[in-house]
Design a protein around this ligand. Structure first.
Ligand code: DX5
Ligand code: ZN
Length: 223
């Protein structure tokens, strides 16, 4: 099953509630929420109060991407405020196994994110513990960057490993997804597609519908 997860980093923050309603009504089931601490990545984005406010106006699955050092400090709070999926960077956790358990103990789905330059080998021992792996297809920290081509092979290898190990983990991709790169990541095996500028620049509702149409024709083609 293919899922679009619009990233609110590219939304109009002065109209966030309205932007979110638009993508929800257009059929998006996930909402990608990028939390940045200015340490793990250069920017500071937003945090708990924004998540808490959005929870009151949306029933979408909140797909929270924590680009923060030592995310274990905040897992419980994000869970309480309404995150459904909490994704932490392997590079930001000294004890990734413990953090994944913490997320599961809070009753949430756990994702592991990997920067483009991080090898899939960090997943060797913990792949079974992840509901989702987020393959960053740009260096995290900013929206609107260009897709890094070598990531396609990484997605393909990970999809093979997930199949070989008999797992069901989702593969999410994040960064530089547009009309040109979307077919590449789908073909390589990604099934949760984050898009910031691709959705919120222009007409967000139309952009969501277009992406859902690509998913549909891709599924038909596979049958
Ligand atoms: C970047 C964030 C992304 C960002 C993607 O570090 O993790 O979620 O919003 O933006 P686009 O789709 O514009 O590359
Ligand atoms: Zn993200």
């Amino acid at each position: 099953m293919y899922i679009v997860s619009p990233s609110i980093l590219a939304a109009d923050f002065s109209n966030l509630g309205r932007e979110i309603k638009t993508v929800e009504e257009a059929g998006a089931r996930y909402l990608h929420i990028d939390v940045m601490d200015g340490v793990f990545v250069p920017c500071i984005s937003f945090g708990m109060p924004v998540l808490e406010s959005l929870r009151k106006v949306s029933d979408m699955q909140f797909d929270v991407h924590l680009m923060i050092e030592k995310p274990e400090r905040y897992v419980r709070e994000f869970a309480q405020l309404g995150a459904d999926i909490i994704t932490v960077h392997a590079e930001a956790c000294t004890h990734i196994d413990r953090v994944l358990s913490q997320i599961h103990s809070a009753g949430k789905k756990a994702g592991i994110a990997l920067n483009p330059g991080t090898s899939l080998s960090v997943l060797d021992c913990v792949l079974e513990l992840a509901d989702m792996v987020l393959i960053m297809t740009v260096n995290p920290g900013f929206g609107g960057q260009k897709y890094i081509p070598y990531c396609t092979e990484k997605i393909r290898t990970l999809r093979r490993q997930i199949q070989e190990r008999g797992l069901l983990a989702d593969i999410e991709v994040d960064g530089g997804i547009n009309d040109e790169t979307l077919p590449r990541v789908l073909e390589a095996g990604a099934n949760v597609i984050v898009s910031g500028s691709g959705i919120f620049r222009g007409d967000p509702g139309e952009n969501v519908k277009q992406m859902l149409a690509v998913f549909e024709s891709y599924e038909r083609q596979k049958k």
